[in-house]
Design a binder for this molecule. Structure first.
Ligand code: NCD
Ligand code: ZN
Length: 471
């Protein structure tokens, strides 16, 4: 299994020794192998038993800790520019590497929003001297699609995002003809189109749903919020976009899929592909940690500190999402890190903004599932690192494999409560505040450079790269 390699003629930049690295398969999904990793020029050169590793002046002793591929987070709001009071590229990527995440794809809903080449350039310019993780950028579908698409591709966008609840361009609209027009224009470019699935056209379902929710929550702000975002409207949007994507032959990626109802519609899309009717149509989806671990009961307990869109759902939704994640139906876990200052979250429930930070809690929460036997190493790595890199075409990312980037996270066991006061993120609160975690990142390497160790950021600002998908 390990390669006792061909003599390496030269010394390498860094060796990680005494590591446990997952060598997993269908038959052995939890197989950890004691070995070392040789790193040169930012790439993994060799994974082998210590005696077979080349020489290196620099050695990191993992002291028996598990080393995983750095996580690839395909949904984070790093903010910056005029929203840097909420989060900036330095604090957001510091939070990422402290959370074991080495690659982050940033969302478009910033100020100024990422909607055209000029704004994207300004964002990249601001980010490049600050980031300590690798970062890619999503954009809204630009208004001037014909002229701007080649420029956006040239600038390396990771994909598009559609968000009809807060429209940024004319394509953030819930209108079949307009969306089809956009999808047809995008069909050749092979970039995923992320969908915040929300049907803004229907009012009827809201009132139909009202009775049941009021029984649960009482007639208050929280009930109104849940009434505004029922699972039915999410599912109806998944159907709406899937059908248009099938007609146009594009890849849509459903962001933070949160409910049983949406999952059922999503599966119809997968069936369409299995039946080989798809042409160029492709559908993938991610789920966020809060939709796996928390129910809407948490909203009653924590109020706005557990407010996000899509909102928390029922226990049966959590359970079915876990099942879909474990059996391979859902592809990815993404943080949906959406930071807002504590003071903004302390406003009344209706006034407080939606969104919760997650960069520093995602891996500890997911890894605790592995330690408690509910998730395999194999699936953890697939949904947090490997699949995100594959779905978004990020080259040499997401796996511990020779020739891949040495993006690595070393994990230590612990038994402590999540404490948002310790976050590097500017958003020092969390709906996971006080939850017990059994593991956390001890050290993080980005392309072979140790960027985080034992609670401290070691990286120089700007050491992260702005990345682009591989076509
Ligand atoms: C996001 C944010 O804060 O930017 N909030 C959220 O609740 N998810 C916006 C979004 O992605 O919908
Ligand atoms: Zn988001």
């Amino acid at each position: 299994m390990l390669r006792a390699l061909v003599m390496t003629a030269h010394d390498v930049d860094l060796k990680i020794i005494n590591a446990k690295v997952p060598f997993v398969s269908e038959i052995e999904p939890n197989n950890l192998v004691e070995c070392g990793i040789a790193i040169n020029d930012g790439l993994i050169e060799q994974v082998a038993k210590p005696d077979n590793l080349p020489k290196s002046d620099e050695v990191f002793d993992a002291k028996g800790m598990v080393v995983l591929p750095g996580l690839v987070d395909v949904h984070a709001h790093l903010r910056g520019l005029n929203l840097s009071y909420k989060e900036d590229f330095d604090t957001g990527t510091m939070a990422a590497v402290a959370g074991g995440i080495t690659t982050v794809l940033d969302m478009q809903n910033t100020d100024p929003p990422t909607i055209n080449p000029e704004n994207l350039k300004a964002k990249k310019e601001s980010a490049k001297s600050k980031i300590v993780a690798d970062v890619g950028f999503f954009s809204s579908i630009p208004d001037d699609l014909i002229n701007d698409l080649p420029k956006m591709i040239d600038l390396g966008i990771a994909g598009f995002k559609i968000y009809p609840l807060h429209p940024y361009t004319k394509y953030d609209i819930y209108d079949r003809d307009t969306v089809l027009e956009a999808f047809l224009k995008l069909s050749g470019c092979k970039l995923p189109i992320c969908i915040h699935a929300i049907d803004v056209s229907s009012k009827s379902i809201k009132s139909k749903n009202k009775g049941a929710l009021e029984q649960d929550f009482g007639s208050d702000e929280i009930t109104n919020f849940l009434n505004k975002h029922p699972p039915e409207l999410e599912a109806s949007a998944v159907k709406f976009y899937s059908e248009i994507a099938i007609s146009a032959g594009v890849h849509i990626h459903i962001s933070h899929l949160s409910s049983l109802k949406s999952l059922e519609i999503f599966k119809l899309g997968l069936k369409h592909i299995r039946d080989k009717k798809n042409g160029l149509f492709k559908i993938t989806a991610d789920v966020s940690p809060h939709h796996l671990f928390l129910t809407k009961e948490e909203l009653k307990r924590r109020g706005a500190f557990a407010k996000m869109v899509e909102p928390l759902r029922a226990k049966e939704d959590n359970d079915i999402l876990w099942h879909a994640l474990k059996c391979g139906t859902l592809n990815i876990v993404a943080s949906e890190h959406a930071p807002h200052p504590k003071q903004e979250k302390e406003k009344s429930f209706s006034e407080a903004p939606s969104g919760v930070p997650n960069l520093e809690t995602m891996l500890p929460m997911m890894y605790t599932e592995v330690l408690e036997g509910r998730l395999t190493y194999k699936r953890l790595i697939e949904v947090c690192s490997e699949n995100p890199a594959k779905v978004f075409n990020l080259e040499k990312k997401g796996m511990i494999r020779e020739g891949y980037f040495a993006d690595l996270v070393v994990i230590s066991n612990t038994n402590e409560k999540i404490n948002p006061d310790n976050f590097f993120s500017k958003a020092k609160h969390s709906p996971f505040d006080g939850r017990i975690i059994k593991a956390k990142p001890y050290a993080t390497f980005l392309r072979g450079v140790k960027v985080y160790e034992d609670g401290e950021i070691l990286a120089k600002p700007g050491c992260g790269n702005i990345i682009r998908p591989f076509h």
